[in-house]
Design a protein around this ligand. Structure first.
Ligand code: HEM
Ligand code: HEM
Length: 199
């Protein structure tokens, strides 16, 4: 699919990757804390922020899928084993699916609950489903499941990237970082031993 890029990801792909990643690092812990925070202004604020950033991730994820179709993913990093190629592709595809599906399930849950989905105080998203207590319960469970699955995959994914950086000391992590960081990146990496680039 697309015109694979030898050097790494396109600038828009990198920007979208890291902005979405920052949102996810905020959304998951806030999501898990929502029902543990006492009711009141703090809880209201966290609910609103969780919904707003969740909707932002949905919008950015749609742009990101279009960017990927336009630019294509780069070819696999040259030093990867067959297993690494299959495992990383499976995790990447699952993460793409989850950054689309998790916010949609949140939106569906709020729709069936007839709760508002305010987006940074600018506007509200309309409900996409009729009200139903049963569906609210189901979507709440599915949203939680999908959020937790994303957390586990992100741990595996970031763990893999850091393993490449620190143990294999190859250029995988660099593919997702700004091109101008190359020299600094290699210097930091050499603190762990001799960098070992195959591509
Ligand atoms: C990528 C986006 C999102 C992620 C990763 C995410 C993640 C999570 C997680 C991990 C939880 C805790 C679940 C639990 O332990 O019970 C949660 C709860 C919640 N999320 Fe999200 N969420 C996202 C988007 C949204 C959106 C767009 C909405 C609403 C429009 C939403 C509404 C809620 C609500 C109301 C709760 C608390 C109620 C419940 O636990 O069922 N989320 N979210
Ligand atoms: C937190 C949420 C994150 C999500 C949802 C996410 C998602 C993704 C996805 C979908 C791809 C595949 C891109 C494509 O082929 O089009 C990717 C690639 C990548 N991610 Fe993440 N990521 C996250 C966090 C991180 C973190 C924390 C790191 C580093 C520690 C990281 C490092 C990388 C690297 C190095 C690649 C490129 C791998 C390659 O060369 O093929 N990501 N990420």
């Amino acid at each position: 699919m697309g015109n694979g890029q030898a050097g790494g990801y396109s600038a828009p792909a990198k920007w979208l990757h890291w902005i979405i990643a920052i949102c996810i690092f905020f959304l998951i812990p806030v999501g898990i804390s929502l029902d543990k925070v006492p009711e009141g202004p703090l809880q209201d604020r966290l609910f609103n922020l969780h919904r707003s950033f969740g909707v932002l991730v949905l919008a950015l994820a749609i742009v990101r899928v279009m960017v990927r179709r336009l630019y294509g993913p780069p070819a696999h990093y040259a030093g990867l084993t067959r297993f690494e190629q299959i495992a990383s592709t499976a995790v990447h595809h699952s993460l793409y699916a989850l950054i689309l599906v998790t916010p949609l399930l949140g939106w569906a849950m709020m729709s069936t609950y007839r709760a508002e989905v305010p987006v940074f105080g600018l506007f509200n998203l309309p409900p996409i489903l009729p009200q139903s207590d049963l569906l609210t319960k189901i979507f709440s469970k599915l949203h939680a499941l999908s959020g937790i699955l994303m957390a586990l995959l992100v741990i595996a994914h970031a763990g893999g990237a850091l393993m490449h950086f620190i143990i294999k000391r190859d250029g995988v992590l660099e593919r997702m970082l700004p091109a101008s960081w190359g020299p600094a990146f290699t210097r930091i990496q050499s603190l762990f031993g001799t960098p070992n680039r195959s591509a």
